[in-house]
Design a protein around this ligand. Structure first.
Ligand code: GDP
Length: 530
């Protein structure tokens, strides 16, 4: 029993959120490097060279040299067992990226110091903020010319609406980057170029009050730093652990992932400031991670790893207790006792079968087609459901046309199955049937995946005609809203989702506001709680 709680206590489960190119991959690699999980930096998914799972539809992935699917990396650091959830980015940005955030307890937001808050940072931040999870900020690329530090902080606070508390403060940037000052210890960690991060590098720690500091930074830099700190002490929000825990205050760090600077100090503070797995809400109240009964929820389904068997891999986040591969579990939504098959965990790009895992961990299990996103698995004899995973707003829409109308049946089956896996969302004209199907996706790559899978797995040729809509809104309390009475805009379209819920599609963002203005009492939502 003692071991069991010890294991859970040392778990930390987090995801990195960032805009493409801010340095998420590099930072991940460096975390693994410090965690001793990889020997050489640069081998996490080494975009062009990584090994790829062999499967048919993943040909797309191979052709493009990107990873369509997200993975989880487990490594040890500072006595903690860290689960780092990899959120798909770039072209493979999809609803899975958002769903992965549902499985994290904490988020690390990476911001390019030269660019500040970017569109994807904003979107991912919103999803984390909705869950009120702690959000840590790492301002990266300080070895390049960065924007004014106060401006950066100000932008995060204003644009994202979260107060920031700098834990350390940069001394210069670009060629003049000398390191960071730790506000609590009053120590300066100096930056030495680590040959582009090929070695861990040595960081010198020296107190700001030590005269030898002038060997490391110039007198002007010291003076400027002191001025900035004075300003900061007067203006910045004070560190408050409770507010950090609730996602109401973001601790901010500076560094350079590429050159390994600031990673270790970040990790040390991060582990000290984060908690072991949090309790999760279910329809029977909060489920304590220390509860000895195993429970987990499915947050991602990866289809057809092997096209010959229609198998899938269901990823679950363990929320309480210990998973024991030899014990039966109960699948609540399927109302069935079962054994989880081929439970596996990922380590860097390696997968291995596991016999046990603990609250906070993520396991992938073989899914013969029974799981849906959001499903709960728990100990036999228990019966509760974890809070559902929201459906996030697609941003790209297309009308699907079936080329050979004789194949209607397969086509409908295929598209419904793919939608059930959560790779796409499907919509119909209000009061229309499956004759006219509109597909919505969060990332455009999903269109290619859909076409490929419908053609290869269901043997139907389809054409996708892009639609200009970019904004979708669910109607709150729709049962009490008369759809015919909604006064729309010329670019608005009314559709229904698979559950028959009405939605509004818009081409322009300002139309959303206009429709709200024109229809008193109407409330629109950007995601739907299932
Ligand atoms: P991702 O798209 O967020 O995963 O970003 P990557 O980690 O792939 O980084 C994008 C580019 O920025 C790559 O060329 C990296 O080498 C570079 N990069 C990442 N971190 C740093 C940094 O701290 N300093 C500098 N100068 N370049 C960086």
């Amino acid at each position: 029993m003692a071991d069991f709680s010890k294991e859970i206590n040392k778990r930390r489960t987090f995801a990195i959120i960032s805009h493409p190119d801010a340095g998420k991959t590099t930072l991940t690699e460096k975390f693994l490097l410090y965690g001793g999980a990889i020997n050489l930096a640069g081998s996490v998914k080494g975009k062009a060279t990584a090994r790829h799972a062999v499967s048919d539809w993943m040909e797309i992935e191979k052709e493009r040299g990107i990873s369509v699917t997200s993975s989880v990396l487990q490594f040890n650091y500072g006595g903690c067992c860290i689960n780092l959830l990899d959120t798909p980015g770039h072209q493979d940005f999809s609803e899975d990226t958002y769903r992965t955030l549902m499985a994290a307890d904490t988020a690390v937001m990476v911001i390019d110091g030269g660019k500040g808050v970017e569109p994807q940072t904003r979107k991912l931040f919103k999803v984390c903020a909705m869950r009120h999870i702690p959000i840590f900020t790492f301002i990266n690329k300080m070895d390049r010319d960065a924007r004014d530090t106060f401006d950066l902080i100000d932008e995060i606070e204003k644009e994202l609406g979260i107060p920031c508390c700098p834990v350390n403060w940069p001394i210069g940037s670009g060629k003049n980057f000398r390191g960071v000052y730790d506000r609590e210890t009053r120590n300066v960690l100096t930056f030495h170029d680590t040959l582009k991060g090929t070695k861990e590098g040595t960081e010198t720690v020296i107190s700001i009050d030590d005269p030898r500091i002038l060997d490391e930074i110039s007198a002007e830099q010291k003076e400027l730093l002191e001025e900035e700190l004075e300003l900061l002490d007067g203006a910045a929000v004070e560190f408050d652990r409770e507010r950090v825990d609730k996602g109401e205050l973001s601790p901010v760090f500076f560094g350079s992932a590429l050159t390994n600077f600031g990673i270790e100090t970040f990790l040390d503070h991060f582990l000290e400031m984060t908690k072991s797995p949090m309790a999760r809400m279910s329809d029977e109240g909060l489920i304590d991670p220390m509860d000895e009964n195993f429970s987990a929820f499915v947050f991602k389904i990866q289809a057809n790893m092997n096209a010959r068997h229609r198998d899938r891999l269901a990823f679950m986040r363990i929320c309480s207790g210990k998973f024991d591969a030899n014990k039966e579990v109960y699948h609540v939504q399927g109302n069935k006792k079962m054994r989880l098959l081929q439970p596996q965990q990922m380590m860097a790009d390696d997968r291995h079968v596991v016999d046990e895992a603990y609250a906070g961990d993520i396991i992938g299990v073989f899914d013969p087609g029974i799981f849906s996103i959001g499903d709960t698995v728990c100990a036999p004899g228990k019966k509760f459901s974890f809070e559902g995973i929201p459906t996030f707003a697609p941003e790209h829409f297309a009308r699907v046309a079936l080329i050979d109308s004789m194949k209607r049946k397969q086509f409908v089956k295929g598209i419904q199955q793919i939608a059930q896996e959560g790779a796409i969302q499907i919509f119909q004209e209000i009061r229309g049937g499956m004759e006219e199907i509109i597909v919505g996706v969060v990332g455009v790559l999903q269109f290619d995946v859909l076409k490929f899978r419908i053609e290869n797995e269901y043997n139907c040729e389809i054409r996708l005609d892009m639609l200009p809509y970019e904004y979708i809104r669910w109607i709150k309390d729709y049962e009490n809203v008369d759809l015919d009475k909604i006064v729309g805009t010329s670019d608005m379209k009314k559709v229904a989702d698979m559950k028959g819920r009405p939605l509004l599609l818009f081409i322009n963002s300002w139309s959303v506001g206009m429709v709200l203005d024109r229809n008193e009492g109407l409330e629109l939502e950007e995601f739907s709680r299932n």
